[in-house]
Design a protein around this ligand. Structure first.
Ligand SMILES: [Zn+2]
Length: 208
């Protein structure tokens, strides 16, 4: 019996056959420079070729494409459309904004914290923050950037617990409204108002 496909595929063996999943995606775009390529077109080729070459399934090719975009290897032309321009390639640190993007975001937000409005003139140190965090696949695109002062940047970075809590109460609130449970509705509104009053997790919206 040939032991070609071990039952539990270990991800650490993915480089066995000389090309990585990301390398496969890179190769496709490098072979098709200066073209606007819909993600699906690239994915079809990459998945098929990777399977043929390594006998393995390429998992989450969309993610590999996004990563290459975040690193500056691919230019995002539109939603789901990428281009490889050999003259523009500057692979940068994963998911970081470029200096030009930071400048754009600072100018767009008026050099002020979007939460409290503090600016450099009032002594605030400003940060360009990823609205959707890098760890959650937040892209280095200007739409995903916002200016925060140190205080709100710190609060946001440590807000995992409160985000979870707020989402939980929003869910509970929606259920309470569905059931017309007036007491529970009021309780949830009170709690969610406390979040708003402290400017915590304003990016998670709820409506009365
Ligand atoms: Zn602030």
């Amino acid at each position: 019996m040939p032991n070609k496909n071990p039952p539990n595929e270990d991800p650490s063996t993915e480089n066995d056959k000389s090309i990585s999943q990301e390398g496969m995606v890179k190769q496709y775009f490098a072979n098709n420079p200066d073209q606007d390529i819909p993600t699906q077109k690239a994915v079809d080729w990459v998945v098929k070729t990777y399977q043929e070459r390594t006998g393995k399934t390429l998992r989450d090719p969309d993610r590999a494409i996004r990563k290459l975009h975040q690193r500056g290897f691919l230019i995002k032309v539109a939603t789901g459309v990428y281009r490889y321009d050999p003259t523009q390639v500057t692979e940068r640190k994963l998911e970081d904004f470029t200096d030009a993007q930071k400048k754009f975001i600072l100018e767009r937000d008026g050099y002020k914290c979007v939460v409290c409005g503090a600016g450099v003139e009032s002594g605030a140190v400003l940060h360009v923050d990823h609205i959707k965090a890098k760890d959650f696949g937040g892209l280095a695109v200007v739409e995903n950037g916002q200016v925060l002062c140190s205080k709100h940047n710190f609060m946001k970075k440590n807000s995992g617990q409160t985000e979870t809590g707020k989402k939980m109460f929003i869910r509970l609130y929606e259920l309470a409204k569905k059931d017309q449970n007036l007491e529970l509705i009021k309780f949830c509104e009170d709690i969610l108002s406390v979040f708003d009053g402290h400017n915590i997790n304003g990016h998670i919206e709820w409506k009365k």
